[in-house]
Every structure is written in C-alpha cells, then in structure tokens.
Design a protein around this ligand. Structure first.
Ligand code: HEM
Length: 150
C-alpha cells in the first residue's frame, strides 16, 4: 500500500561532519531538495510502499583536493520485521549504486504519520564508503522520520 512519507532527518555521523568542516578544503553540499538544518540533513519524502520509504536529495562531502569524495543520494529506509536497513545511492552520479550503509535493530516500530527515531549502526559497506576508518557496528547519528507538518 502506498502511503505519504514524512521527511528524513539524519546527520549521518557528527564526528565525520566535524572532520570535513575541519579540513582546509572540506566542503559539504546538499542538492535536489536535501537541506542542512541545524547540522542535520533533511531529505523530503518521495514514496512509501511495502515497508520501503524512499527520500529524495543528496549530500556530497569533499576534501583533500577531491581525494575524499563521498555522495549519499536518495536515501531509503527498508523495514524487515524488527530490523530496518538504511540504503543510499553512492558513487559518482552517472554510476551511483544503492548500497546498504546502516542497519537499525529493535527500537520503536515505525507507524506511518508519526515521528519515528532510530539508532543506525554502520555496515561493512558503510565502513568502506566512509574511508575504512570506523568499525562495523559503529553508532551513527540518530535518524528520524518526521511527518510533513512538523
Ligand atoms: C588524503 C587522504 C586523507 C588523509 C591525509 C586523511 C587524514 C585523516 C586524519 C589525520 C584523520 C584523523 C582526524 C582526527 O582525528 O582529528 C582522519 C580521520 C578520518 N578520515 Fe581521513 N584522510 C584522508 C582521506 C580520507 C577519505 C578518502 C575518507 C573517506 C572516504 C576519509 C574519512 C575519514 C573519516 C571518516 C575519519 C574519522 C573522522 C571522525 O569521525 O573523527 N579520509 N583522516
């Protein structure tokens, strides 16, 4: 069943953002509807069907003269029982592929139309995308889905 999807609020990982901001040439750019609000990326809801909530827009982190180049685009939260996966398109726009970057285990069940907050943890693929620095299971920033009216 299709449903109205709220907006995804997610700061990805605060220490990563602080690291980028601390680089001489570090830059964080949002696009296609994603906005940075008080240090949190806000992605508009795109569609929701069969436990798959798709959001739109992206964020592009750059630094070290282009050697650091991380794009997270069109994030999706996919529910499967008490677990949820956070995926996003990663890589250069022309060949971006959807990758499972974080997992959410337990927590409150998601109810469409209500606020929902979760604690995502980094997957192996997520570790790779963020430069092989963190451990699998590292805690990421809290992620929430907020109804459109908020
Ligand atoms: C020229 C290449 C690079 C150099 C010289 C470099 C250097 C560093 C240094 C010195 C730190 C420690 C910073 C601190 O603790 O304050 C660090 C942390 C980190 N780097 Fe890099 N880095 C490079 C490329 C990359 C790339 C390509 C990525 C991601 C794709 C990346 C992701 C990270 C992350 C996620 C951290 C941990 C930030 C945190 O949460 O504290 N780095 N890097």
């Amino acid at each position: 069943m299709s449903e109205t999807v709220g907006r995804l609020h997610w700061a990805v990982k605060e220490s990563f953002i602080a690291y980028i901001r601390g680089l001489d040439d570090g830059d964080i750019e949002t696009f296609d509807g994603c906005e940075l609000q008080d240090g949190v990326f806000v992605f508009p809801g795109e569609s929701g069907e069969d436990g798959e909530l798709l959001f739109s827009g992206g964020v592009h982190f750059t630094g070290f003269a282009g050697m650091l180049d991380v794009r997270l685009v069109d994030p999706m939260v996919e529910f499967d029982g008490t677990e949820a996966k956070v995926t996003a398109l990663v890589g250069p726009a022309a060949i971006a592929a959807r990758v499972h970057i974080a997992t959410i285990e337990g927590g409150e069940p998601y109810r469409p139309g209500n606020s929902w907050t979760a604690a995502p943890k980094l997957t192996f693929e997520g570790v790779r995308i963020l430069g092989d620095v963190y451990q699998v299971g590292a805690e990421l920033a809290p992620l929430s889905i907020e109804p459109e009216t908020q």
